[in-house]
Design a protein around this ligand. Structure first.
Ligand code: IPE
Ligand code: IPE
Ligand code: MG
Length: 230
């Protein structure tokens, strides 16, 4: 079913619906986040199997600070522990892990340290780049890029701005996926997704896995991309 010649280079996923997944099961929201870990592992494995070279996942947005402090704290700790639990295995699979987002004072030092260690540990890998959007917002990224342009006294151009995104090596998004039935962008990769194909999946993130990733790529391959041409 899937054409190996037309695999998207860069897939971006909004991992949404953890809270609703938990609510449906009379669990607390944070249990939904915990259940999302396996979906992330499955999404990475599916990307490896498909030969995707770049996978970006939205883990925490610049707007997610608006949530109750208890949930924010849970997510900080959860992401730190997730890195500790998963990084050796991901490293063994040849996954290069990188983070995009603002590394500001609100992120606990312990987590920042894990992020830096994990990036260093996996820096030499080249099978798949797993880019984790954490304290990420596209508007913040664009503001930061414009500031960098100004500071360098560089004339604005598409190339100059691209070179000042959080990860200048990140390719444009080919396939942009959001789970949980929500049809919105929520400030995720606006610049990089200018010509992405959007696929919206009804499943909540903890129910996402290999089949759903393959289905999204199948849908991607049904689309005709024109990039403004004919
Ligand atoms: C996505 O699930 C995970 C994060 C935003 C961290 P949500 O927590 O947004 O779950 P819903 O959308 O409320 O169900
Ligand atoms: C987007 O989901 C952010 C992440 C998945 C990390 P949200 O649940 O925060 O988005 P909104 O609030 O529904 O737009
Ligand atoms: Mg949500």
């Amino acid at each position: 079913m899937i054409d190996p010649e037309r695999i998207p280079v860069h897939i971006a996923c909004v991992m949404d619906g953890n809270g609703r997944w938990a609510n449906e099961r009379n669990m607390v929201r944070t249990e939904g986040h915990a259940a999302g870990e396996q979906a992330l592992v499955d999404a990475v494995d599916a990307a490896l199997e498909l030969g995707v070279s770049w996978l970006t996942v939205y883990a925490f947005s610049t707007e997610n600070w608006r949530r109750p402090i208890s949930e924010v704290r849970y997510l900080m700790n959860f992401n730190e522990q997730l890195l500790l639990r998963r990084r050796d295995d991901l490293n063994a699979k040849g996954v290069r892990i990188r983070f995009v987002g603002r590394r500001d004072w609100r992120i606990p030092r312990k987590l920042l340290r894990r992020i830096e260690e994990t990036e260093a540990l996996t820096a030499g890998n080249d099978t798949l780049t797993l880019s984790i959007a954490f304290n990420y917002g596209s508007r913040a990224e664009l503001v930061d890029a414009v500031k960098a342009l100004n500071e360098a006294g560089v004339e604005p151009s598409e190339e100059a701005l691209s070179a000042r995104m959080y990860d200048p090596e990140m390719p444009d998004v080919d396939l942009w996926v959001r789970t949980s039935g929500e049809h919105r962008i929520s400030n995720f990769l606006l610049w990089q997704s200018a010509y992405a194909e959007f696929v919206f999946v009804d499943a909540f993130w903890p129910d996402f896995g290999r089949d759903e990733m393959f289905a999204a790529v199948t849908e991607f391959q049904r689309r005709t991309r024109r990039f403004g041409g004919l």
